[in-house]
Design a protein around this ligand. Structure first.
Ligand SMILES: Cc1ncc(COP(=O)(O)O)c(C=O)c1O
Length: 366
């Protein structure tokens, strides 16, 4: 297959693999003949979508014969209001994934160097290579982005730096002070992308105020999503916040209607569904504490997490555990993907799901 396409494809994509998502529920149901499946593989919200979003989408469905508002104006205004900035400093797209792709399309020329942590979210590497850029990978230190080491890798060839904060798959963060020191050492012309897909789960006291750098007209883009805390992964809504000159670049490459009508109305309603959002945060913290305790009992080390997932050292082959859990209808993400074969990334579930996971893990661990 590769030989056939080698001259047809863009140079950048010949060495890429097709994306492998977390194993879908439907596939496991079919393969194992099971009814009930617990998915703890893609960091989705186990508490469902925001009820307010469901209500809003039910109303909006009557208008799907009409194209959506192209720039998601009301949603942009809502997000801009939240950060106290102008709506032209916000743009939306079909998930944060789509935003990351737009950033690469709008900025990366062949041969540009793009600096990122390792391991981190795979899209930075893929999007860079599609555009003919060169990924420059900086190993994590104590499972955390090593910002001083990242800064050292920035050269005159560096176009972008991706900082995944909290980092996927480890769930660790770089703090406000660490980011301040880092930003003081980054050249003005280099674009820093802070991927903050899990920002809402982090305690605000220690979390960097990325918006400050944007207001100071630094070349900074903050990326966020409605897929995690807001429970709308299936709708595909993500956004970028940045100074107008950078946001305008993203708008030049985005497709005409990137966020569909239902997604716009659902995200708008979810944004203010504080009862739902607070419940998810409380339950997530409870689930995290429960899993920490249980992992410790099983002598499994883990990275303390600022997200809705935990990177855990299973002390045995992650692929083996993944397959054994599948037999019991539980899907996790084995760590081989990130070259941590004994680890797994496990999404924090409902209390019932967490208990079932631990029961199953105890059986596997013997
Ligand atoms: C760090 C990070 N960035 C971006 C995304 C993509 O989010 P979305 O569902 O909005 O495309 C994810 C999803 O898992 C993520 O973990």
């Amino acid at each position: 297959m590769k030989d056939k396409t080698i001259r047809l494809a863009r140079n950048g994509i010949n060495d890429l693999n097709e994306y492998t998502p977390g194993k879908p529920i439907e596939e496991v149901q079919r393969e194992y003949g099971l009814d009930e499946i617990i998915k703890m593989a893609s960091n989705e919200n186990p508490f469902g979508p925001s009820p307010k979003a469901i209500e809003a989408m039910t109303k909006a469905i009557n208008d799907v014969n009409l194209y959506p508002e192209s720039s998601s104006l009301m949603l942009r205004q809502k997000i801009a209001g939240n950060f106290g900035i102008h709506e032209d400093m916000v743009t939306l797209a079909n998930g944060a994934d789509n935003i990351l792709g737009l950033i690469a399309q709008a900025t990366v020329n062949e041969g540009d160097e793009i600096v990122m942590g390792d391991p981190t979210f795979a899209a930075y590497d893929t999007r860079t290579r599609i555009m003919g850029g060169i990924p420059v990978k900086v190993p994590l230190k104590n499972f955390t982005y090593d910002l001083p080491a990242v800064a050292k890798k920035i050269t005159s060839k560096t176009k972008l730096v991706f900082v995944c904060n909290p980092n996927n798959p480890t769930g660790t963060i770089v703090t406000r002070e660490e980011v301040e020191d880092f930003m003081n050492s980054v050249p003005q012309e280099c674009i820093v992308v802070f991927d903050e897909a899990y920002a809402e789960f982090v305690h605000p006291n220690i979390y960097p105020q990325t918006i400050k750098y944007i207001q100071d007209q630094r070349n900074v883009i903050m990326v966020r999503t409605f897929s995690k805390l807001f429970g709308l992964a299936g709708l595909r809504v993500g956004y970028a916040v940045g100074p107008k000159h950078l946001i305008s670049m993203l708008r030049k490459v985005v497709e005409p209607f990137p966020v569909n009508r239902l997604a716009q109305s659902g995200a708008l309603a979810a944004f203010d569904d504080h009862a739902f959002l607070n419940r998810v945060l409380t339950e997530n913290e409870k689930g995290k504490e429960f899993l920490y305790q249980q992992f410790s009992k099983m002598k499994m080390a883990y990275c303390p997490s600022h997200t809705n997932f935990i990177f855990v050292d299973l002390g045995m082959d992650g692929q083996f555990v993944f397959e054994k859990l599948l037999e019991q209808g539980i899907i996790i993400r084995p760590g081989g993907l990130w070259n941590y074969p004994q680890f797994a990334r496990i999404t924090i579930g409902t209390s019932d799901q967490n208990e079932k996971l631990i029961e199953a893990l105890n059986i596997i661990a013997g």
